[in-house]
Design a protein around this ligand. Sequence first.
Ligand SMILES: NC(=O)c1ccc[n+]([C@@H]2O[C@H](COP(=O)([O-])OP(=O)(O)OC[C@H]3O[C@@H](n4cnc5c(N)ncnc54)[C@H](OP(=O)(O)O)[C@@H]3O)[C@@H](O)[C@H]2O)c1
Length: 249
Amino acid sequence: MKTILITGSSSGYGLETARHFLAKGWNVIATMRKPNADVLPRADHLRILPLDVTNEESIAAVITAAGPIDALANNAGIGVVGAFEATPMSHIRNVFNTNTFGVMAMCQAVIPQMRERRSGIIVNVTSSVTLAPFPLAAPYKASKQAIEGFTEALVDELAYFGIRTKLVEPGYAPTTRFTANSAISPMDLIPPAYQGFAEPIFREFGNPKMTTRETDVAEAVWAAVHENSDRLRFPAGEDAVALFNARFG
Ligand SMILES: NC(=O)c1ccc[n+]([C@@H]2O[C@H](COP(=O)([O-])OP(=O)(O)OC[C@H]3O[C@@H](n4cnc5c(N)ncnc54)[C@H](OP(=O)(O)O)[C@@H]3O)[C@@H](O)[C@H]2O)c1
């Protein structure tokens, strides 16, 4: 039985990904900042371990406790939406510490064991914001775009050791806690001068024509883990697929 470690499994896309791999019979190490066994079905092949991806000691402890890891899904992430000039640098640093440096630190932690076994797969969950301009999300987009570039560069570097590296690019799920945490509403980070610009964008976000389901992301992570070709990008959700097709044809 193969083992996947998933970051940010307490809710949303990460939780659904943990459910999906459990249902398929994988050993699942569902990691959470605050472990909560109630959100997942009880199973012998499930372990729930504490992990904060911004904390090096926490990362070292989870890697020691986990044992051999066949697949790592770097899903944990936080958002921030607002006018860039009004977004405090402390928010921006937090976003990068989780979405960018957290992913890099997790990769550094698993690569040695995967390299020694000459096998493994790393799936970095970015966002469909990388596929289009997305004003009012500049720091978030930059944090995810950095991971797209990072992953592109890692592909060949790690393929040399039999490790595969993939990107899952989810679209927008208006129902997740992520959205609630992202300061989309109220318009905290929208100064009066930006209101005319921001209002139509937020109206569209409030009533999107296409969205992403949590199962779309779980299925995309599953597909990425099982992909043996050199395909790198896995857009997840109909909105993400539409943006992907517009960008890459
Ligand atoms: N929802 C969307 O519209 C959307 C669109 C595109 C991409 N994404 C990406 O999809 C991923 C999952 O988002 P989601 O929508 O499922 O949001 P979510 O429900 O808020 O889940 C985010 C998860 O990340 C965890 N997390 C946050 N900071 C962490 C840290 N420092 N260490 C470890 N875990 C941490 C959260 O844990 P806690 O419970 O401890 O807070 C939570 O489990 C993120 O990378 C996000 O950027 C989301």
